[in-house]
Design a protein around this ligand. Structure first.
Ligand code: 9MR
Length: 389
């Protein structure tokens, strides 16, 4: 059977013009050999769909809630916390031996109306933010191994976005640069000193004004001894230019500071025809883009996770977001059949191992170093905590 699967995989690979990926090999098997986490964003409402759950559990060793741990879901009313959807993600992960990546504790979007329209003072917001971060992180302590603490705080020019948390009205640190972000990291770390804390953003994968600003922030946080473990590179891609951005160089400079990087939300949106389908040539282009990014991550010991934003084209935010014009952005088709992009990612993982048989051990060593620093690292509060903390 295995042999037949392999033959089928080779035949498929041949027909698609991609080097052979054995169809019997799953993503999580291939990732396991190189010590990499391979994940997908998921929605617990879909767990009852057999093909959805089976594909997710079979192919991935990490899961991230697409929306279930965001503010609107976890604190729908002031001071009233709702963990059912998030708990379903955690239970699914436990049942299938997967890790859970938490997303997210602080964002300028997807906040409940009681919060955005509440006309709170900075002092009140500061208390609300602290309670939210610490209640959520404590609830998932030991079960969520990493958190996107702050999501999408910078604009394309590398300036801080105007948000309720920063300066509208903010938590008393308006105009003080990334101080409010640092504060979020401190509170999350207090609530779970073992969780790996990430800053996560889009359009900052290569070298540009936004990634420069993120780099400068991480450098500053490291200097201050703040417990930042990594940077999430979302990788929502739909053009050649984005796909060709200098991702490896950006990863390398961040890792040199002593943090991990993770590809956190990859998808490659394609134009769709009237029937909602992408062209074969577009699918082949997409496979190349996935291959390049997967290889950049898999071959780099400081890149510890490769994750896509969903996994089946049946459920992806892209068609909704583009009024149906784009889609087909993920590794599995709407009917859960593997796409050329899946073979490309499998190939990239295999290639990383071929290039460096020690890659698994090297990644583990890198992880241990970062995790050790985070766990031992006492935040020098005398230096970095603002007054009134
Ligand atoms: O895919 C998510 C979509 O279902 C939600 O409606 C939206 C809410 O703002 O968030 C989407 O996920 C985003 C993620 O949380 C942060 N990076 C960009 C993702 C796509 O917009």
């Amino acid at each position: 059977m295995k042999f037949r699967c392999c033959l089928w995989g080779l035949a498929l690979a041949f027909a698609l013009g991609t080097p052979g990926a054995c169809a019997a090999q799953t993503l999580r098997q291939a990732a396991g050999k190189i010590g990499l986490l391979v994940g997908a964003a998921a929605n617990p409402d879909l767990f009852s769909e057999a093909a959805y759950s089976q594909t997710l559990a079979r192919q991935f060793n990490m899961i991230e809630p697409e929306n279930a741990m965001k503010w609107r879901a976890t604190e729908p009313k002031e001071g009233v916390f709702e963990f059912r959807a998030g708990d379903a993600i955690v239970a699914f992960a436990a049942a299938h031996g997967m890790k859970v990546r938490g997303h997210n504790l602080l964002w300028g979007r997807y906040n409940p109306a009681w919060l955005t329209q509440g006309r709170f003072t900075p002092e009140q917001l500061r208390a609300i933010m602290k309670r939210h971060i610490q209640t959520v992180v404590r609830h998932y302590r030991g079960r969520v191994f990493a958190w996107d603490v702050v999501n999408e705080a910078f604009d394309r020019k590398g300036r801080l976005r105007h948000t309720i948390w920063y300066d509208r009205p903010g938590i008393g640190l308006a105009g003080k640069g990334t101080a409010y972000i640092a504060q979020a990291f401190r509170w999350a770390h207090e609530a779970d000193p073992h969780a790996l804390l990430f800053y996560n953003d889009y359009a900052a994968e290569g070298i540009n004004a936004k990634s420069d600003a993120i780099f400068a922030m991480v450098k500053e946080f490291m200097r201050e001894g703040l417990p930042i473990a990594g940077v999430g590179l979302q990788m929502h891609v739909d053009s050649q230019a984005e796909a060709e951005a200098n991702v490896a160089a950006n990863m390398a400079r961040l890792e040199k500071l002593g943090v991990e990087v993770q590809i956190t939300e990859m998808d490659v949106a394609l134009p769709r025809n009237g029937e909602g389908k992408a062209r074969q040539s577009a699918l082949a282009w997409q496979a190349k883009v996935y291959r390049r990014v997967a290889l950049a991550c898999a071959a780099d010991p400081g890149c510890t996770a490769f994750e896509t934003w969903g996994f089946t084209d049946r459920y992806s935010w892209i068609p909704r977001h583009t009024h149906g014009e784009k889609g087909a952005a993920l590794l599995f088709a709407a009917d859960y059949k593997p796409k050329p992009a899946l073979g490309a990612v499998l190939d990239a993982f295999a290639q990383a191992l071929g290039k460096n048989p020690e890659i698994r051990q090297e990644r583990l060593r890198f992880e241990r170093k970062v995790e050790g620093a985070v766990r031992e690292g006492v935040i020098p509060s005398a230096v970095s905590a603002p007054p009134g903390n």
